[in-house]
Ligand binder design. Structure first.
Ligand code: ZN
Ligand code: ZN
Length: 265
């Protein structure tokens, strides 16, 4: 039996979309770019919308839903979101036929493309934001971005994954010194904003187990972070917590413009 694979097609505040598959069938987590761009990114990794069996929506922010309606209508793909998120995003995604409207509440399970998906809440300024852990052949993939902090409950859902797509949004110093208005800085730093490089690493150090693990640093701020800085500060914090990066933990980048290579979990 083939293994689960994924590619982060886009990551950052300009748009988020991740493709996950098994045996040639897959689903998208968020579709926060135009339908056209998502189709192009899929083509870059040798995949197409014909293989997509569903779109899971994490929350109603534009950088997560921009292409949801278009792709669903054009390719007849069902959309999965919780009730509150449906209400919040409905005005933005256009008319969706009722038989493509599916509910997935936090802490529920769903099987799509032979992959078991478990949802859980995060802390973010959206109506009912949630992210996912996915299981196949005793392997686990966890995705969590758009959260102001990482609670013990969230850690419980993602613990021990073989691959993580994990928010490493900003460098606190860059954010504080930067040009954002104070209200926006306060929002980002709040419990319902985004996690910093250091906070991400501290949380990771508590959920990584001693086995081969890939960590994809995701949702990097364009203005308040840099790939090199994120990697360095996550690596330093992980090492300070006793986790030797390069030994069994591998740090990987994501990009707003380029899909990551298809990775086997
Ligand atoms: Zn976002
Ligand atoms: Zn968001």
């Amino acid at each position: 039996m083939r293994k689960m694979q994924f590619s982060v097609l886009a990551s950052g505040s300009k748009g988020n979309c991740t493709y996950v598959e098994k045996d040639g069938r897959g689903f998208l987590i968020d579709a926060g770019l135009s339908g056209k761009k998502i189709t192009e990114r899929l083509a870059k990794i040798g995949r197409s919308m014909d293989q997509v069996e569903g779109i899971l929506v994490t929350h109603e922010h534009t950088d997560h839903i921009q292409g949801v309606g278009v792709l669903s209508r054009k390719h007849h793909v069902p959309i999965y979101a919780n009730e509150k998120t449906w209400e919040a995003m409905r005005p933005s995604i256009g008319k969706i036929p009722s038989d493509y409207e599916y509910r997935l509440e936090p802490e529920q399970h769903l099987t799509l493309a032979s992959i078991d998906i478990e949802s859980f809440n995060v802390s973010h300024d959206a109506v009912n934001p949630m992210f996912f852990s996915m299981y196949s052949n005793e392997r686990k993939l966890a995705i969590m971005t758009d959260t102001g902090y990482v609670s013990d409950r969230m850690k419980g859902f993602i613990r021990g994954a073989d691959a993580f797509i994990f928010e490493s949004n900003h460098d606190v110093g860059m954010l504080q010194m930067g040009s954002y208005p104070w209200s926006l800085k306060r929002r980002i730093l709040s419990d319902v904003g985004h996690v910093s490089n250091e906070d991400a690493a501290v949380a990771m150090s508590e959920v990584v187990e001693e086995k081969e693990t890939s960590i994809y640093l995701a949702h990097l701020s364009r203005d308040n972070n840099m790939k090199e800085l994120a990697r360095l500060s996550v690596a330093q914090t992980l090492e300070a917590c006793g986790i030797r990066v390069g030994e069994y933990v591998r740090l990987e980048d994501t990009d707003p413009e380029e899909p990551t290579r298809l990775t086997t979990v």
